[in-house]
Write a protein that binds this ligand. Structure first.
Ligand SMILES: *Cc1c(COP(=O)(O)O)cnc(C)c1O
Length: 369
């Protein structure tokens, strides 16, 4: 139905070749050479020592919190504007999520709001690098170290993004990635947990595999999960990882074209990139300020749909959804405003430059008339 997609998997011959090799080898379950290769190469790419491949990004977050022993009585700080998996993972552990507002300039958790939300029960901060833009990590790291808290990064939308020249996913005590079909690289479904701590990595591996004692098989000392990734998925992941720099370059090129074309339209605010950030623009996004723009966000989205152009409205603020409302104990003016104004534009790596210019042209036409 749509000609231009917000995101889509970009897979080719290399992925196919690896999958065929994995199938022919008979290693189609969760052991095999591609798993180890993908774990090693992705951890190396991000700049962490250990990678543990898992079934998806949501269980990566759950596993991270479980490995840290987070549970009832603990509090975990999450941003108001994120995909629900971030808060759901906290709830799986029966800890209490504490929702904080975001920063108006770059849409990720506001360090000042994090600071104010800390109580004696706080154990973890989960910064989410939203839509490809990194969080402001220095103040978050400082707050965490001063209060003895863990940082678990949710980097599911920001593979390769950088904060002051260093890749996100290398700051947290643990960091989590997703390889869902629409993410920067994909394995269909998939995720990874990264850490520099060897004991913690071992614990995560054990929890991923039913809590089974690795030396004494079928002996269980902890209640684990089956959160393993298959060798088939990892086969795709290895091929995808070899192209990640190309994908990121393409995303940044798309962003540059949108920014050029859309600058100067009253009420349209382009996707930011702070001076300390390298944004990978997982989904290139704009804000439409209803007080200054000629058209509302929802109307723009509808009109673009008619042209075969897919868009996606920003996530709803977590605190507005009845199932999460009780964890929204503060006020959220920034997330509320940005959630209503934000629109993700087609950001697929398969778009040509002409496609992006065409889409931007349509937005201009609609927004000016
Ligand atoms: C995609 C995503 C996840 C979850 O990943 P899945 O692989 O879909 O389970 C978690 N957090 C954020 C911010 C995401 O965008």
């Amino acid at each position: 139905m749509y000609r231009y997609l917000v995101a889509e998997p970009d897979i080719g011959e290399e992925e196919l070749r690896n999958v065929v090799e994995a199938v022919k080898s008979g290693w189609i379950s969760s052991k095999g050479k591609f798993i180890e290769k993908f774990e090693r190469e992705f951890a190396n790419y991000i700049g962490m020592k250990y990678g543990v491949a898992v079934s998806n990004g949501t269980v990566a977050l759950h596993l991270a919190l479980a490995a840290l022993g987070i549970g009832p009585g603990d509090e975990v700080i999450v941003p108001d504007l994120t995909f629900a998996a971030t808060i759901n993972a906290v709830l799986y552990t029966r800890a209490r999520p504490v929702i904080v507002d975001i920063h108006p300039e770059y849409w990720c958790m506001d360090p000042d709001k994090v600071e104010k939300a800390i109580t004696p029960k706080t154990k973890v901060i989960i910064p989410v690098h939203l839509y490809g833009h990194p969080c402001d990590m220095d103040p978050i790291m400082e707050i965490a170290s001063r209060n003895n808290l863990y940082i678990v990064e949710d980097a599911a939308e920001a593979h390769g993004a950088e904060y002051k020249g260093r890749k996100v996913g290398s700051f947290g005590y643990i960091s989590c990635f997703s390889f869902y079909g629409n993410k920067i690289i994909t394995t269909g479904e998939g995720g990874m947990v990264l850490t520099n701590d060897d004991e913690l990595a071992e614990k995560i591996r054990i929890l991923r595999d039913h809590g089974m004692n690795p030396e004494k098989r079928y002996w269980h000392e902890v209640i684990g999960f089956n959160y393993r990734m298959t060798n088939l998925q990892a086969a795709i992941g290895v091929a995808q990882l070899s192209k990640i720099d190309k994908f990121i370059e393409k995303k940044r090129r798309i962003a540059k074209i949108y920014a050029e074309e859309l600058s100067g339209i009253p009420g349209i605010i382009p996707h930011p990139e702070m001076p300390w950030a390298k944004n990978v623009y997982w989904l290139y996004s704009i804000l439409i300020d209803p007080n200054k723009a000629k058209i509302s966000r929802d109307e723009l989205s509808k009109r673009l749909e008619k042209e075969g152009i897919e868009t996606r409205k920003f996530f709803y603020p977590l605190h507005e959804m009845p199932i999460y409302a009780k964890y929204g104990v503060y006020s959220y003016p920034v997330a509320t405003t940005i959630s209503r104004q934000g629109l993700n534009l087609p950001s697929s790596t398969k778009l040509t430059e002409e496609d992006v210019r065409f889409i931007a042209q349509k937005i201009k036409e609609i927004a000016f008339t």
